[in-house]
Ligand binder design. Structure first.
Ligand code: DQA
Length: 157
C-alpha cells in the first residue's frame, strides 16, 4: 500500500472512552473502538493515515496538540468533550497549532443545556461539526482533507 498523503490525528477528550456505555440515548451505542475503526477506514479510503487517541486529562491533550506539528501531523480532528466548555489551555494549544483543525461533537451541543452552548475552541478552529453521532467524526475528517487539498493547491474534490 502506498504511503498516505495526509497524516491526521483524531483526538478524543474526557469520558469518551466510555462511549457505548455512557448516556447511549445521547452519545449512541457504538464504542470508541468501533468509532475509531470506522474513522481510520474512512481516512484510508481518502488517502489519509489516521491515528486516534483519547485522554481524560487536559494536559495530555495539550501536549499532544503541541507535538502534532513536530510530528508532521497535517490536521487535527478533535472532540474536546467537556473541555470544550472550560479549557482556555486547550484553546491556546489549538491556536498555536498551524495545521488544519476541526472541532467535532457527537451531540448537537446547541440543543442541550445552556452551559454546553459556549465553546472555547470554536473560534480557533477551521470549522465545527456537531450533532451527527459518529458521523460528526467522518464529516469532520472529510472537511479536514478537503481543506488540506485546497491549501496544498489542489482541487477541493
Ligand atoms: C460532547 C458534548 C460535550 O458537551 C460533552 O461534555 C461531551 C461530549 C459531544 O461529543 O457531544 O463529553 O463533546
Amino acid at each position: 500500500m502506498s504511503a498516505p498523503t495526509w497524516n491526521i490525528w483524531v483526538l478524543h477528550g474526557p469520558n469518551l472512552n466510555l462511549l457505548g456505555r455512557r448516556e447511549p440515548e445521547i452519545y449512541g451505542a457504538a464504542t470508541l473502538a468501533e468509532l475509531d475503526a470506522e474513522v481510520v477506514a474512512r481516512g484510508a479510503a481518502m488517502g489519509a493515515g489516521v491515528t486516534c487517541r483519547q485522554s481524560n486529562h487536559e494536559g495530555v491533550l495539550v501536549d499532544w496538540i503541541q507535538g502534532a506539528l513536530d510530528q508532521g501531523i497535517d490536521a487535527i480532528v478533535i472532540n474536546p468533550a467537556a473541555l470544550t466548555h472550560t479549557s482556555v489551555a486547550l484553546r491556546d494549544a489549538l491556536a498555536a497549532y498551524a495545521g488544519v483543525k476541526v472541532e467535532v461533537h457527537l451531540s448537537n451541543i446547541w440543543q442541550r443545556e445552556p452551559f454546553r452552548h459556549a465553546s472555547y475552541v470554536s473560534a480557533v478552529v477551521d470549522g465545527v461539526v456537531s450533532g451527527f453521532g459518529g458521523g460528526s467524526y467522518v464529516l469532520g475528517l472529510q472537511a479536514a482533507i478537503r481543506l488540506l487539498r485546497t491549501r496544498s493547491g489542489g482541487a477541493a474534490g
